[in-house]
Design a protein around this ligand. Structure first.
Ligand code: HEC
Length: 168
């Protein structure tokens, strides 16, 4: 099982690091909200670069995670996701990736955007994407999160999010 998981993670990286997708209007709309930190709340109220967890499927070594105002309604006073959180439409969770602990330059973004009305959205209500800082898509919402579900549907998720599980 572990080997299968590692293989899956590897193929996911490989695929994501080599591909570039067409940017759709939905990607543009989400990227426009992603690139500014205005109105966002940081996970555990911390703006530090954190070393990635053991369970991650994301290639960069360090990360920061933030929630837009709608998503932040599901955070508690310590900036952790409430255990029974259900994110509303319009919720945007942005993970910024950094190559080192001291880096202030973002390598790229991973996002989850909640919209259960979008025809591209899988049943669980989230759109998934990876964006470069220039707005090009490493992984467009049109892929319907096919490379993301394997991990983001595991035991211990809160509405498909994993920060609480790996950074308790
Ligand atoms: C191999 C497992 C794995 C895969 C595949 C994966 N993720 Fe993640 N993801 C994680 C883990 C673990 C975390 C939290 C801890 C960390 O990043 O170290 C996380 C966190 C996130 C977060 C921060 C919100 C949260 O709490 O979950 C976003 C956004 C995210 N991933 C987006 C994506 C997208 C988009 C894809 C697919 C393109 C994807 N992930 C594929 C394991 C994975």
């Amino acid at each position: 099982m572990k080997i299968k998981f590692a293989f899956l993670a590897f193929t996911t990286f490989y695929f994501l690091s080599c591909s570039k997708d067409t940017v759709t209007d939905t990607d543009k709309m989400i990227f426009n909200q992603t690139k500014s930190t205005d109105g966002f709340v940081w996970f555990k109220n911390s703006m530090s670069n954190w070393r990635k967890s053991s369970g991650t499927g994301h290639s960069a070594a360090f990360l920061r995670t933030r929630y837009n105002a709608i998503a932040a309604k599901q955070l508690d006073a310590n900036g952790k996701v409430k255990p029974d959180a259900l994110f509303e439409n319009g919720s945007l969770i942005v993970k910024e990736f950094y190559s080192s602990a001291s880096s202030t330059e973002i390598d790229f973004y991973a996002i989850m955007y909640h919209n259960d009305q979008d025809p591209l959205t899988p049943e669980h209500g989230w759109l998934w994407a990876y964006y470069n800082t220039d707005g090009s898509a490493r992984y467009s919402v049109t892929n319907k999160g096919g490379n993301c579900h394997s991990c983001h549907s595991q035991q211990g998720i809160v509405d498909h999010t994993l920060m609480n599980k790996y950074f308790p």
